[in-house]
Ligand binder design. Structure first.
Ligand SMILES: [Zn+2]
Length: 449
């Protein structure tokens, strides 16, 4: 838009250059939570400031979290109310070698943060987190949690992992916690909320929602430019969401006096893979509360077997699709993988919310033979191989057993052929990394405009 207005362009560059000077004249990069407030009885709001490198990653300086189903959270101490923001900002502060300053924090979490930091050092060894500054807390509080009559909470998305976790802890009647953070569209979110309420009503669980525009708090594309090549996946998936989602539950877990938070994890054969490793997330616990990463010793197929054979609920549906539509598209890799997983257990996938029938096997075959199948991770190859092993040698489940050719064909597929280690780094990303920091950050910011 400045192409035909040279004076405007000069003005634009000079303004940004001034901003760049302001940002870089500080020797230490910093993120500071300046204040914590309660705009109403259901929300917590913080005011932030930042200096240096860290500033580039923060999209805004006011973050708000809302707990719409809790009556009143004004009695929750600030040492706990601040945790939702610590869980998101601390990893960014470590990754960017920034000093993180907070006015107040729970004593137990404060003393556990070094373990979390060393957990990051294990899964992200090339990001150099080990030597980053520790958090600076003005007021460390030994928080006394209230006694509650609910034992546990469970972060619940309705996928295979969290459903198996729900069934595994069914008798505890955990609070089912869902997070609306701007990553799902309204249609998909509304479906999930309705399903959650239906499930909870039938089995006597409490439901709690957490609302925030978490998806806009940070510049995730810049985080990926800067760290994606070191983590081999998005920074969010590699090292952020497990901690961020755990942290967002802190006020409501405190309010209930609940002792344990379950966060379901995928099967972990590689104990250093950058994801929700228990040694990373579990130390992120605060007074009166333990975080538990659940189900990492069970394969995805074992979990599908648990869901298939459960005797306590015939209401569970599986919300696993990666496309932004309610429930399942039945056309993506994850849908196919889950549908075939249920068929391997002798189950009709339509009982778990998949709009699938006999014709789906043809669609699956075409999808594989046309080469549209693409497996990003080795772990997905192993899941497919386990489905091949579990698939009965004689017959398919009722309704899927009319095609005698399918089974021999399926068993012979070499899923390793469809594995691609990673997408190539984009030209933009290569240019970004070839320019020394903070000049690359400045140019990125300038172009983002
Ligand atoms: Zn799908």
């Amino acid at each position: 838009m400045y192409r035909y207005k040279p004076l405007s362009l000069i003005h634009f560059i000079s303004n940004n250059a001034l901003w760049f000077y302001e940002q870089t004249r500080y020797t230490m990069s910093e993120i500071c939570i300046d204040s914590i407030n309660r705009p109403d009885k259901k929300s917590i709001k913080i005011q932030l400031s930042s200096n240096g490198d860290a500033s580039y990653y923060l999209n805004k300086h006011t973050y708000t979290v809302k707990y719409p189903l809790l009556d009143d959270i004004s009695d929750i101490p600030d040492s706990i109310a601040i945790i939702p923001f610590v869980g998101t900002l601390q990893p960014v502060a470590w990754a960017t070698n920034s000093q993180f300053k907070v006015p107040i924090l729970d004593e137990k979490l404060n003393s556990n943060l070094r373990k979390v930091q060393m957990g990051y050092d294990t899964i992200l060894p090339d990001v150099n987190i080990r030597d980053a500054p520790s958090i600076e807390v003005n007021n460390i509080i030994e928080t006394r949690p209230p006694n509650g009559d609910v034992e546990s909470g469970l972060l619940f998305s309705g996928g295979v992992d969290s459903t198996a976790s729900y069934l595994g802890h069914f008798e505890e009647k955990p609070i089912l916690i869902a997070i609306k953070d701007g990553r799902l569209n309204e249609l998909k979110w509304n479906w999930r909320e309705q399903y959650l309420n239906k499930l909870a009503q039938k089995h006597g669980n409490k439901v709690e929602l957490i609302e925030c525009d978490h998806n806009n708090w940070l510049d995730y594309s810049l985080l990926n430019y800067r760290f994606g090549h070191l983590t081999n996946r998005s920074f969010w998936a590699a090292g952020m969401y497990g901690l961020a989602y755990t942290a967002l539950t802190a006020p409501l877990m405190y309010k209930y006096g609940a002792e344990r938070l379950y966060q379901a994890g995928g099967f972990l054969s590689d104990k250093t893979f950058p994801t929700n490793q228990p040694f990373l997330i579990e130390p992120f616990s605060w007074s009166g509360m333990e975080t538990k990463i659940d189900g990492v010793d069970q394969t995805r197929q074992e979990k599908i077997s648990i869901i298939s054979n459960n005797k306590v609920s015939d209401t569970v549906l599986i919300d696993t699709c990666t496309n932004d539509i309610p429930l399942s598209c039945c056309k993506c890799e994850k849908c196919f993988r889950t549908i075939l997983g249920f068929i391997a257990e002798g189950q009709d996938p339509s009982n778990y919310g998949f709009d699938a029938d006999f014709n789906m096997l043809d669609e699956f075959q075409q999808w594989v033979e046309s080469g549209r199948i693409h497996l990003k991770y080795n772990s997905s190859v192993r899941v497919w191989e386990e489905i091949q092993q579990r698939m009965g040698t004689e017959t398919l489940p009722h309704g899927y057993d009319r095609d005698n050719d399918f089974l021999p064909w399926f068993k012979k597929i070499d899923f390793g052929d469809f594995h691609r280690e990673r997408n190539k780094m984009s030209l933009k990303n290569k240019i970004f990394l070839s320019i020394p920091s903070p000049a690359n950050l400045f140019i990125y910011n300038l172009l983002r405009g």
